[in-house]
Design a binder for this molecule. Structure first.
Ligand code: SF4
Ligand code: SF4
Length: 162
């Protein structure tokens, strides 16, 4: 039984992870949407046609990782805050994680933050690299964090230190 079914905490066994070779080529998304709900903004907004929901609208979305260019539009448009981006093209030590963020005020570029995993545990420290929030994103920003590479598949939120 998956950890999600046991205790409500997702693990990378519960959804499709982009292959390491693709992650090393640059930013790509991971969809951590595992419950069958009637929802499809992710597939509607993707300009590359990289996300598909086959058949019934309650089916789980699938990503064509080769079509995804990491633009992150889907991250800001997912009402379930279930889409994240990872980029492992930045060297041996550092990776980038992009995540949806709906709190105000937004963090500052360069700010050091505590990194949080899917279970809500602090797993390390990272830095805010960039914040994307054009008017079209409504209330959801996408925050890109610089994280230790070994945490690239684990970091799913962050806590500000001040
Ligand atoms: S990041 Fe951009 S290209 Fe990739 S799936 Fe999302 S909307 Fe499509
Ligand atoms: S928009 Fe988000 S919650 Fe809705 S189907 Fe897509 S990934 Fe799941």
């Amino acid at each position: 039984m998956s950890e999600f079914l046991k205790n409500g905490v997702l693990t990378i066994e519960d959804f499709e992870v982009p292959p390491e070779a693709r992650r090393k080529m640059g930013r790509v998304i991971m969809i951590e949407c595992v419950q069958k709900i009637p929802c499809n903004p992710c597939s509607e907004v993707c300009p590359q046609g990289a996300i598909t929901i086959e058949g019934d609208i309650t089916n789980i979305p699938r990503v064509d990782f080769d079509k995804c260019n990491g633009c992150s539009i889907c991250i800001a448009n997912c009402p379930g805050l279930a889409i994240f981006a990872v980029d492992e093209s930045l060297g041996d030590e550092i990776a980038e994680v992009g995540l949806p963020y709906e709190f105000m005020p937004l963090p500052e570029k360069g700010e050091h933050v505590e990194l949080i995993n899917r279970a809500g545990e602090v797993v390390g420290t990272g830095k805010v690299k960039r914040i994307m929030k054009p008017k079209s994103f409504d209330k959801t920003a996408v925050v890109y964090l610089e994280v230790p590479k070994k945490l690239s598949l684990d970091v799913r939120f962050f806590k500000r230190k001040n």
